[in-house]
Design a protein around this ligand. Structure first.
Ligand code: GLC
Length: 654
């Protein structure tokens, strides 16, 4: 049977009646009517991906019923305040695309001790202008090493060191009342090997063995390995691990203790759906879906970005929207631009997959331009990226809790006369502090001798030169480092998406080597850029003599500037332009809301952009720089001081 006939056979009316008489029976007529509308509008989006995934199964109808039952129960359980939130979100669908959206990401313990501590720090977040808070993994992890919380043993409990589910719910409510949306991680590609499902699988329960990829011998793993890359070649080589306890090889893409879930089994999808809605009903507004590229395996491929991985996300989205349409999905897919766009939904799935995705390429290109002191690769690569679908937002960031992998495409490098391989090697040398004259103080993460890849760890401030300048007590270098930090933040604030400030970057926190003293962390140098927030240093933000204050206040000012610049709405097109000066990056944001020209000097020298070029791009007469509020005259060439960024709008044509 093909997918269309599977879908045609579904008795929608019968399903709806079953739900209304079952889990929804005690709801008010209005609440039932709302569900009915969502069901009628949403079921085609539910059925399309599900038929693709499971349409061949004889029990398709029963599986569908199970999923809808989960949805209906979650709808019935959804607290009244969150139902009102749904109404608000549906009434303002572009809420997350507006320029006032500013994100912050932190570890609960490293930021504020525990969840109650985070609540106490809401005033600090508001001082910065934050409207979106991503708390790093906070569900109950396995004991011992847990990959920074990405090995979850219970999705319905909070890490006891941080508090309880009640604390999480209270925090979500408190944040929401202050205009801050809570985002949490949902590790949906794998569980900890200590998760109840994995334990039952080890004990021989065939139902739970079907939740994972288990192999009796190396025959299939060997075949898969022929085309599989390694994520952690250094401390977790290979993609399979043998366990004596169950005498099986288990698929473990990441660490040995992270077992990949098997989504060919619809029971896994059902479990994860239930967890998503459970979290949404606690008040979580955005789920960061971890490692989504890996969710479907196919022999002979790299087992990433498979069409079925997209179908899984589309099914999750369509199903969750029936119960909690306010919930957003953020895809963590650190893949090349052509593979990335589909996570935002293309073609029939436009606006039907994830609303937000990490713009990894932009992040890498920023660092590349900074090292090279020219923006040619960035301009070329961005010009060759397809347009972002409307209705979505990139997550724009300078760095995150992970390493930076030099995802520069060979084609893009070649097009501007560079060797991709050598350029990536240069970036690794530059940011690990090996390149002569470099300002950066990063460390190499996961050197892979087979591919030559060397990824980089380090905080924004250390990579941008603050650590080296502080060591040398060189005020000029210190000034340049601060300018680089601000340049990078000005850039992520201007793209079509939600900018995320990584905890401590607003204060210029340096690399923190204390992780080396913790045996659970010592072998993973990503901890070097996951420092504890030093509240003493944070206190210096009010002392104008300090570098901390300079970075903090300039960052706050830029955030405020963004919030008041309508043309930065995520819907506005975003395209890179040549400025007739290789050292100055140019980009235009354009929509009915206005046009804005971004110019960014990626060097430590003054640069000029010829006025005729600025005119050619349609910016004439008096221009206002939205970042500093100053009026400039475009009748002379535009001058940019070292690392200066301008956000120019035309005031009037003369
Ligand atoms: C994501 C996380 C990373 C983690 C991996 C495995 O890529 O960002 O920190 O190691 O998933 O869960």
């Amino acid at each position: 049977m093909n997918n269309a006939s599977v879908v045609a056979e579904v008795d929608l009316q019968g399903l709806l009646d079953g739900l209304l008489q079952g889990p929804l029976r005690s709801m008010t007529p209005l609440e039932q009517a709302i569900f009915r509308i969502r069901f009628e509008l949403g079921m085609p989006d539910v059925l399309r991906p599900l038929a693709r995934l499971y349409g061949e199964r004889p029990d398709f109808a029963a599986q569908l019923e199970t999923l809808l039952d989960i949805v209906a129960r979650a709808y019935a359980d959804r607290p009244a305040e969150l139902r009102l939130l749904d109404l608000r979100r549906v009434s303002e669908p572009d809420w997350f695309q507006q320029p006032n959206m500013i994100g912050y990401v932190c570890y609960v313990d490293r930021f504020a001790g525990d969840l109650a501590g985070v609540r106490d720090r809401i005033p600090y977040l508001k001082e910065l202008g934050i409207t979106y808070l991503h708390l790093m993994p906070l569900l109950k992890p396995r004991p011992g090493p847990n990959d920074g919380g990405y090995a979850v043993m219970d999705y319905r409990a909070v890490n006891p060191a941080y508090g309880t589910m009640d604390d999480l719910r209270e925090l979500a409510t408190a944040l929401r009342h202050e205009g801050i949306s809570l985002c949490v991680d949902l590790v949906c590609n794998h569980t900890a090997k200590e998760h109840e499902w994995a334990r039952k699988a080890v004990a021989g329960d065939p139902v739970y063995q079907g939740y994972y990829y288990l192999f009796p011998n190396r025959a299939l793993p060997d075949q898969y390995e022929l085309t599989l890359p390694e994520v952690f070649p250094d401390f977790a080589p290979g993609n399979f691990t043998y366990y004596d306890s169950c005498q099986r090889w288990v698929w473990t893409t990441f660490n040995e203790y992270q077992w990949d879930l098997n989504y060919t089994n619809p029971a896994v999808l059902a479990e994860m759906l239930d967890i998503m809605l459970f979290l949404a009903n606690q008040g979580v507004e955005i789920l960061r879906l971890d490692a989504v590229a890996f969710m479907w395996k196919r022999l002979g491929t790299d087992c990433q970005n498979q069409p079925e991985a997209h179908a899984i996300l589309q099914a999750f989205r369509a199903l969750t929207r029936l119960a909690a349409p306010g919930l957003l999905f953020k895809a963590e897919a650190i893949v090349s631009p052509d593979k990335l766009l589909p996570y935002l939904g293309l073609g029939a799935a436009t606006n039907k997959e994830c609303e937000i995705a990490y713009h990894n390429s932009f992040m890498v290109l920023l660092w590349s331009s900074l090292a090279e002191r020219r923006a040619v690769l960035m301009t070329h690569a961005l010009q060759n990226m397809p347009d972002t679908p409307v209705g979505c937002a990139w997550l724009t960031y300078v760095r995150c809790h992970d390493d930076i992998g030099w995802a520069v495409r060979d084609e893009d490098a070649a097009a501007i006369g560079l060797s991709g391989f050598l350029h990536r090697a240069f970036l690794s040398d530059f940011y690990s502090g090996r390149f002569p004259g470099t300002f950066a103080r990063g460390v190499t993460f996961q050197h892979n001798p087979k591919t030559g890849d060397r990824r980089i760890s380090g905080t924004l401030a250390s990579l941008a030169g603050l650590e080296a300048a502080a060591e040398r007590q060189n005020w000029h270098d210190l000034d340049l480092a601060v300018r680089r930090i601000l340049l990078l933040h000005a850039m992520i604030l201007v793209l079509n998406g939600i900018p995320i400030i990584y905890m401590g970057d607003e204060l210029g926190l340096l690399n923190d080597r204390r992780y080396l003293d913790d045996p659970h962390l010592a072998d993973d140098n990503r901890w070097i850029h996951r420092p504890y927030l030093d509240w003493n240093q944070a206190g210096q933000r009010h002392d104008w003599q300090t570098v901390t204050a300079r970075i903090f206040h300039a960052t706050c000012d830029m955030i405020q500037a963004r919030k008041h610049t309508l043309s930065l709405h995520a819907e506005a097109r975003c395209y890179a332009v040549w400025t007739h000066n290789e050292q100055v990056f140019g980009m235009i944001r354009a929509s009915a809301r206005g046009r804005l020209l971004v110019l960014a000097n990626f060097t430590e020298r003054d640069q000029t952009v010829p006025r005729h070029r600025v005119h050619d791009m349609g910016f004439k007469g008096e221009l206002v720089d939205r970042l500093e509020g100053k009026v400039l005259d475009s009748w002379s060439d535009l001058k940019l001081e070292p690392y200066r960024v301008l956000w120019l709008e035309q005031v009037s044509e003369t």
